[in-house]
Structure formats: structure tokens, C-alpha cells
Design a protein around this ligand. Structure first.
Ligand code: IMP
Ligand code: MG
Length: 176
């Protein structure tokens, strides 16, 4: 299947999401935050993270696509599916699979801030070390990983491998 190396195991992801869920549960006690997942990659973390949050959360999704080539973010984002819900005066947690350049999230933060949420925080499973082009404060962060192209746990290579329960590096032949 062209997997060179497993970077984060399913067990490690499970354990970290339990911690992140507990942290969110404590931070938002008495509130009902809206989790906003960025499709498609965030579908898996949304399902797993939500099950670890002991609050009446709502869930909504946005689908975005970057202009330009598929392996590098241009920072210019096209919204393919907007939120169904209004977020004015609501506590919003934006949930991403991975932060690479950070340009996608930077755009989404600006886009959502205009709608005047009560608060807006970021949750991400993976952050690539040394690649962020914009400073992002990720309150709920999973794992820092080297700046390689990874697949699994929601992340794809040409639409496939999202269903792997772990995060893995592809071998070079698969990428060329
Ligand atoms: P950014 O705008 O550069 O932070 O890119 C974020 C988006 O690019 C993520 O939401 C992913 O969809 C995609 N992406 C970034 N790195 C990878 C990777 O290593 N594998 C698969 N998709 C990735
Ligand atoms: Mg994504």
C-alpha cells in the first residue's frame, strides 16, 4: 500500500483525543460549543473528538478547496460548502486534520471572525514542524510531525488512504 512508515499509531491518536476532549469539556463547562470540521480531512477527528467531549456540542462542516496545485496551499481558499448554522455569539471550535502552511486556517479564521462568534479556537490533530507561514495559536493540538507528506486518519493521497486508522508517511515512489 506504499506506506513507508507509521508516524502516529491509532492507539496514540485515541489517547491524545481523550486528553483533548477532556480539556475541551473542562474549558467549555456549561456551554454548548459548535465544532466546525473542515472537510474532507477532518471527518474522522470530528467523529472521534466529539465522542470524547462531555458537553451538548453541535457539529457543522465547511468544505474548502485551495486554488492552485493539490500538494501546496496557496492561501486562496474557495468555499465549496458553507456552514448550515449561524455562529454569531456562539463558541466555535474549528477542527482541522493537519496544519501545513497554516494558510487555509488563516483564511477560515478571518472568514468566521466576520460572523462575530463569542469565541473561536483551533483544534488540529497534526502540525507540521517548521512550515507554518502565519502564526496560528492552536489551543487543542495533537501531534507535531516532520514536514513530510502524510496520509491516513482523514488525510488523502489522490482521494485515497483517508480510512487508514493511523498516520503514515508514503514512500517516495508513491509520491513521484
Ligand atoms: P495549509 O493551508 O498549508 O495549512 O494546508 C492545509 C490542508 O492541506 C490540510 O487541511 C490538508 O487537506 C492538506 N494537507 C496538508 N498537508 C498534507 C499532507 O501531508 N497530507 C495530506 N493532506 C495535506
Ligand atoms: Mg483539509
Amino acid at each position: 500500500m506504499n506506506i513507508a512508515k507509521i508516524l502516529v499509531t491509532a492507539e496514540e491518536i485515541d489517547a491524545r483525543l481523550v486528553e483533548m476532549g477532556a480539556q475541551i469539556t473542562a474549558d467549555y463547562a456549561g456551554e454548548s460549543p459548535i465544532l466546525v470540521g473542515v472537510l474532507k480531512g477532518a471527518f474522522m477527528v470530528m467523529a472521534d473528538l466529539a465522542r470524547n467531549i462531555d458537553l451538548p456540542v453541535e457539529m457543522d462542516f465547511m468544505a474548502v478547496s485551495s486554488y492552485g496545485d493539490s500538494t501546496k496551499s496557496s492561501g486562496v481558499v474557495r468555499i465549496l460548502k458553507d456552514l448550515d448554522s449561524e455562529i454569531e455569539d456562539r463558541h466555535v471550535i474549528l477542527v482541522e486534520d493537519i496544519i501545513d502552511s497554516g494558510l487555509t486556517l488563516d483564511y477560515l479564521i478571518d472568514n468566521l471572525t466576520v460572523r462575530r462568534p463569542a469565541s473561536l479556537e483551533l483544534a488540529a490533530v497534526l502540525m507540521k514542524e517548521g512550515l507554518q507561514q502565519v502564526p496560528l495559536e492552536v489551543k487543542y493540538a495533537g501531534f507535531s510531525i516532520p514536514p513530510d507528506f502524510v496520509v491516513g486518519y482523514g488525510l488523502d493521497h489522490f482521494g485515497r488512504l483517508r480510512n487508514l486508522p493511523y498516520v503514515a508517511v508514503l514512500d517516495e515512489h508513491a509520491l513521484s
